[in-house]
Design a protein around this ligand. Structure first.
Ligand code: AHR
Length: 358
């Protein structure tokens, strides 16, 4: 049995290596051939870029990693749509590091791809690399997250409206607590300095700022990770135990009972639920609001473990490919394209839910 296992493992690793070599070879070929007939993007065309002449478009795409099921679906959507649209992708996984994204974008410039798209892990620090792309005449599309930079350095943004997601989370809470005098909120937030976290936090606060009943008593950075959701919750429980206020039906932060948990993504929420289950803590007295709408969190909503799930739609691939084509044809694209998103709540008719697929 062990021998079969190791044999399978070796065959798998060999296959992975062979696939990698084929991918590199394909990329080099593509780069070589497009390089021969290289278009130059400069002022021209309605979009400000001269249309691409090569037959198969090449898109350099820098993804930030695979920290959540949402992210994996986002990557898959982009791959699928590229294939359907006959667009070749040069993909790079930055493994949560901005420096890796900068390297990837620079390598796309060297390859002279037709269009660059990337998910900016954080908001700042992109100006220089975007200037380099502009000088090389390669248009750039921001995907999923926004940046702080001169807008003339990129063609447009495609993704979620993080402000609206935060507002929707708070709107649900406002409706939920019409007759409570004070509501203590604990926030689990994601990647520090990312646009999506800033927006989700801002939109949420915007809605509650004029209602003094709502107080954000604590905010912890869970990096959008399930493991961090578990850790933060364990820490809350441990501190409650240490101060003698632990109970099986509530969570506490610095001695105060938590009425609402506002979690910036499903991975952290699922980590929270894991820990609650471990300690046998029920969620009846805690309103939990999450963002993303992965299948597992929709399941938790239908089981009464969550109260509201604000969708963040990862299926950006099809629209991205349309934008890539438009730019390549020298046509303008909108500065901002928001993807459609819903809100799922405990009041919904669950029989109308369709499988999420991720
Ligand atoms: O930027 C989008 C966020 O990043 C998603 O909400 C989260 O799950 C992901 O990792």
């Amino acid at each position: 049995m062990t021998i079969t296992f190791f044999a399978r493992k070796i065959i798998f690793q060999m296959n992975v290596r062979i696939i990698k070599v084929i991918c590199i070879f394909q990329t080099l070929l593509a780069v070589f051939f497009t390089g021969c007939s290289k278009k130059t993007y400069s002022a021209g065309g309605e979009s400000g870029f001269i249309p691409v002449k090569s037959e198969k478009l090449i898109l350099g795409f820098s993804q930030i990693g695979s920290e959540s099921a949402w992210r994996s679906r986002n990557t898959q959507s982009i791959y699928e749509a590229a294939e359907e649209n006959n667009i070749q992708i040069i993909f790079d996984d930055a493994q949560q590091k901005q420096e890796n994204q900068l390297k990837a974008i620079r390598s796309f410039i060297v390859y002279q791809v037709d269009v660059i798209a990337f998910v900016p892990i954080v908001e700042d620090g992109w100006d220089n690399v975007l200037k380099e792309a502009k000088e090389a005449g390669i248009p750039v599309i921001l995907v999923d997250r926004q940046i702080n930079a001169d807008p003339s350095l990129y063609a447009g943004f495609l993704g979620e409206n993080g402000l609206e997601e935060g507002r929707n989370a708070a709107r649900f809470m406002l409706e939920k607590f019409t007759d409570k005098d004070s509501v203590n909120i604990m926030e689990f937030s994601g990647t520090e300095n990312s646009s999506v976290v800033r927006e989700r936090a801002k939109g949420f606060r915007e809605i509650i700022e004029n209602d003094s009943r709502f107080k954000i008593i604590g905010s912890e950075n869970g990096d959008f990770l399930r493991s961090r959701g578990k850790e933060i919750t364990q820490d809350l429980i441990q501190k409650a135990m240490d101060s003698g206020i632990f109970s099986k039906d509530s969570l506490y932060y610095e001695g105060q009972k938590i009425d609402v948990i506002y979690s910036h993504n499903d991975s952290m929420t699922l980590g929270l639920l894991d820990t609650l289950e471990t300690y046998g803590i029920t969620t009846d007295k805690t309103v939990i609001i999450s963002i993303d709408a992965e299948q597992k969190s929709i399941d938790a909503l239908t089981q009464g473990k969550l109260n509201c799930v604000v969708e963040c739609n990862p299926n950006l691939g099809p629209v991205l490919m349309k934008l890539v084509r438009l730019i390549a044809e020298g046509r303008p694209i909108p500065r901002v394209t928001y993807i459609e998103e819903k809100v799922f709540t405990e009041k919904d008719d669950f029989s109308e839910y369709k499988p999420r697929g991720y």
